[in-house]
Design a protein around this ligand. Structure first.
Ligand code: NAD
Length: 290
């Protein structure tokens, strides 16, 4: 068993970005700039935002964190997004999810300019990605692809099973891995809560690559996968004792895997690295750089 080390891979990618940015700044351009909107108080969101800001520092980007109270209305938030959409000094905009229940999340995602949508959630980017066109790719799914690429794990012709069909992880990774992309050309089965248990087991037991994003600690057990599987654990679950674990029963499954992601230190780190790649792309688009 070998670890797919998201920390090591992310540091390498961010290091490459920092070198490019240093070159741009030396030529007289401003730094790339990421703006993050955070609504209310939500402990996991605080920690995700902190790691994004830290990564911006490491990449040589400027960043701004705009905090709003839980009571902000949807109209007020939409007005703020409109303002940032028109602000030439911001390249990428993230609205940290989840939002309070009185705000329609999709309305907010739809309001972000597709040119600044570094999360890759806007229908325009999602559509372009699906069609195989240039787009900001959804960050977690893109991060998984970058991790597979870093460790030279082939996907072409492989059988990949994705568990979970969320718009932010399961759906985009299933599309990306089945597309004719560098990291793609796999045969993908997308499973979800309505997949009968027997069918799920049939699929996972003969998969070359299993990607799980369900949010249930220990969901993937030893009996569900075959010897030599590549296992990507997207889950981030906080246990009552404060520990953070993924969706895989790591201790018992790991020895069956050829490769496996740890949690923490796996996909989470790659999500942030992919956001940096997308922000650099937004910046390069703004300044017509290649
Ligand atoms: P979600 O929470 O929106 O939905 C869960 C998905 O799991 C659904 O599509 C559902 O159909 C599926 N599911 C539930 N029970 C199932 C079952 N018994 N069999 C098959 N499928 C089942 O999904 P999400 O937003 O992708 O989050 C999933 C997990 O990934 C969470 O732990 C979340 O915190 C984590 N996450 C991590 C990152 C990261 O950067 N590492 C990013 C996003 C989400």
């Amino acid at each position: 068993m070998k670890l797919l080390d998201g920390k090591k891979c992310a540091e390498s990618l961010v290091g490459d970005i920092a070198r490019k940015v240093a070159g741009y700044v030396a030529s007289g351009l401003r730094k790339p700039h990421m703006t993050i909107i955070l609504v209310g108080e939500h402990a996991p969101s605080e920690s995700y935002v902190k790691s994004k800001i830290k990564s911006c520092e490491n990449a040589g980007f400027d960043s701004a964190l705009l905090r709003f109270p839980e009571t902000i209305t949807e109209a007020e938030l939409l007005a703020k997004i409109e303002e940032i959409n028109g602000d030439q000094s911001t390249d990428g905009l993230i609205v940290q999810l989840p939002l309070p229940k009185h705000i329609n999340q999709q309305n907010i995602i739809n309001a972000i300019s597709p040119d600044k949508d570094i999360d890759g959630f806007h229908p325009t980017n999602f559509g372009r990605m699906t069609l195989g066109q240039k787009a900001f790719r959804p960050a977690t799914a893109y991060g998984i692809c970058k991790l597979l690429q870093f460790y030279e794990i082939p996907t072409r012709g492989k059988h990949c099973v994705v568990i979970g069909r969320s718009n932010i992880v399961g759906k985009p990774i299933s599309i990306m891995l089945s597309n004719d992309f560098d990291i793609g050309n796999a045969t993908v089965t997308l499973t979800h809560i309505e997949t009968p248990r027997e069918l799920l087991l049939d699929e996972t037991r003969r998969a070359d690559i299993v990607i799980v994003a369900v949010g249930i600690p220990g969901f993937v057990t030893e009996d569900m996968v075959r010897e030599g599987v590549v296992l990507i654990d997207v889950g981030i679950n906080r246990l009552e004792d404060g520990r953070i674990v993924g969706d895989v029963d790591f201790a018992n499954v790991k020895n069956k895997c050829s490769w496996i992601t740890p949690v923490p230190g796996g996909v989470g780190r790659m999500t942030v690295a992919a956001l940096m790649i997308n922000t650099l792309m937004a910046y390069q688009n703004n300044f017509h750089l290649s």
